[in-house]
Design a protein around this ligand. Sequence first.
Ligand code: T4K
Length: 392
Amino acid sequence: MTSPIYVTQPDLPPLAEFMPLLEQIWDSRKLTNGGPFHQRFEEALATYLGVPHVSLFANATIALVTALQALRVAGEVITTPYSFVATSHALLWNGIKPVFVDIDPRTLNLDPAKIEAAITPQTTAIMPVHCYGTPCDVEAIRRIADDYNLKVIYDAAHAFGVECRDGNRLRSVLVHGDLSILSFHATKVFNTFEGGAIVSPDARTKQRIDHLKNFGFVNETTVVAAGINGKMSEFNAALGLLQLKHVGRAIERRGEIDAQYRRLLYGIPGIETIAPLPETTSSHSYFPILIGAPFPASRDAVYQRLRDAGIYTRRYFHPLISDFPMYRGLPSADPARLPVARSASERVLCLPLYPALTDAEVRRVVEVIRSFMPQPAPVGSRMQIHAGLDIA
Ligand code: T4K
């Protein structure tokens, strides 16, 4: 019996390394509300990522909701239908109308060429997603935002540790836009069980965000905003601090698996992978493939055969956000306006990818996919005899 393979498996540090940190928490009785681990992790994370300011959160969804409030975004926001629902849900939680714009078939990110046509007098911001960690066209988006005086909030839940060319050096993709949001959920490249963060460019914005995530409290008697409770606990922060020591190795192993998949899948007609962008580093957060003609089976048939073999892939992102009941009545959710996103959503399958996945398991996944291919004709079959005659 082979053991099941899931789309991901959280990477954890050795428990023995975490125990002394837990003992410190037990001794201090400081469990939350900006304790010493929170402080240390926030600083260490900003340094690791090479970004100016980080505000830790309980999860990325609360961070997205807070980011929109911090920038006082209202009215309409242009966003992608090809993401996890949390991206658009954060807009609805703020009473903002999502306006869906189609994606670029090459990166599966919001297509900058289609943004301008969706801008109305009510538009106040753009909320793109660095889908699977592939950076958006940040320059094109910045130009549009500047021209129309719009804010840009990047949902960077998949983009931990991703860097791209900035002048003559590589720099974190998280410095682009007005704010970037990270997720440290169990299923992410870097996890703190649950967790998230907002990257902000200046101390003033960070301070506003920090007030908003703590009920709006400035001190015991002063409340400056109708904030929420979005704080990260000491448990999660201590784990995060420790995870930073190990994440480099984890990303390296992810890169090896990514390369192995690309090698083994190469040349299968109808299986597409997302090509890495030039001058960009990747943390290999997901391994999506797009399955279409001339591959002899549908995406769902492949998904099912893999399941039958104990391999639990995921169709991230199917259905499109714009197909869910709370969105599908919007004019921008009309399927006719989102052909690229729809096509990707119908063809995508995210293959298992996590540091503990073995080379043999990667081969097992690809073997099931290859099992749909027509078998090579047996020796001595008519086809081969004809071929032989032709050659003769
Ligand atoms: N923006 C974007 C673009 C996002 O992708 C997400 C989250 C967010 C915002 C919001 O971030 P957070 O608020 O969550 O910080 C998962 C995650 O729950 C979600 O965080 C993630 N995106 C989304 C893409 O995937 P599910 O429903 O697919 O997770 P689940 O529980 O089915 O887990 C998948 C597999 O992982 C399981 O089959 C087994 C394995 N697993 C999972 C968990 C939770 C484990 O082995 N251990 C675990 O503890 O949503």
